[in-house]
Design a protein around this ligand. Sequence first.
Ligand code: FES
Length: 102
Amino acid sequence: MFKQLPATDLETVRVIVNGQSISVTKGMTVAATVLSQQQKYTRTTAISGSKRAPFCMMGVCYDCVMVINGKANQRACATYVEEGMQIEIQQGAGSDLVGNEL
Ligand code: FES
């Protein structure tokens, strides 16, 4: 799907994607990072549980929301990787919305 071009002189950071520690180029978005890892989706929907992946890559569609550093509903395409960042697939509405339904 997505593949990062090889570069040897770029600064890297370590992030944890679904429990796996990986090294990525500093300045990448979380969405680009997970797509480059061949991960096929970033979240599941709250009703049917169907899988969703980044679509617009510019912060509009919210299909890319993930749990980042323990906080749900973070747009992966609008968040840059940081050293030690914890990134997880979001299941359903995410813990921030549980219990807050109208
Ligand atoms: S991919 Fe559309 S908001 Fe992130």
